[in-house]
Design a protein around this ligand. Sequence first.
Ligand code: KG4
Ligand code: ZN
Length: 344
Amino acid sequence: MAGQDIHILGIETSCDETAAAVVANGRLIKSSIVASQTKLHECYGGVVPEIASRAHVEKILPVVQEAIRQAQIGPEQIDAVAVANQPGLAIALMVGVTAAKTLAFAWGKPLIAVNHVHAHLQSAILEADSIDLPAVALIVSGGHTNLYDAESALDLRLMGRTIDDAAGEAFDKAASVLGLPYPGGPSIEKIAGEGNPRAIRFPRSLMTNDSLDFSFSGLKTAVLYHCRGQDMKGANRAASMSRQEIADIAASFQAAVIEVLVRKTRRAARQIGAKTVLMGGGVACNGALRDAMEVMCKKERLTLLVAPKRFCTDNAAMVASLAYYKYKAGQFAEMTLEPKATSD
Ligand code: KG4
Ligand code: ZN
């Protein structure tokens, strides 16, 4: 009905966060509940898909119930149920997809399928009044490092992506080599604050002059060589290093990742004559990255819109927010919707 708010329930289970949120008109967050599984996966040093899936099964209904309770609305006021059905761990996505299909069917509401990586971008524009186009969007997460030419929420053209490790994955792997706790990104950022980013000159892979693709596996290997020696025959020295040595490696590693992310974003912005840079995804929590991106954007006279930290990592508000634009465009999913490990 004209003039009435559109409330969408979003569900997110693509990796290790069980999340549900109610968002009105794609922008007003009525509730956002995130049950993190970090504690369950910590001792394995990474996400174990079977454990993730089982935990999603346990948490999904309480998390959805809490999202609806905090939004202070009843199911009858929900206009659609949205779910991230790709990309991610198939058996984790399956839980969210099944829950969303069941609720949509039981409540007689339309179902909307959302791409998780595209949804990350939504977090960056939640609080923006308007966006000056063209815009370049950098999504940096544990699974993705993607650069888009963003015409609108639904119109994203992929300009570059990682050809091996994602930026967050590189943080997690480097942290593991350094004996720092999982997840690696926040651990590296914390100790990097005590280190010298110029202590070690780690490689910056920029590929060819105009490439917008990323490669972080060489950097990860360089950290490993630094700790074990070039022939990789030595033991990992990280265990016997001083806190200062670890901090210097972490700071130097972080500086290398950030330099590449910022330079490629600048390159993409120049290629399309962008006026705005959008940034989201777990790695966008990183304060040094936010600062460096800000400095670059000021120099290039670009407006920078970064997701608030609590919406950088996985959440369902971004899912419900993107789903609003699909709702308006009449892009609904069938009840035969399946999870997909990779993006369409
Ligand atoms: O977006 P996200 O929650 O999940 C995926 O969709 O992958 O991102 C998680 C990733 C992890 O690799 C984590 O180490 C990284 O984001 N991360 C960070 C920081 N906080 C989380 N990386 C660097 N600095 C941080 N402060
Ligand atoms: Zn994510």
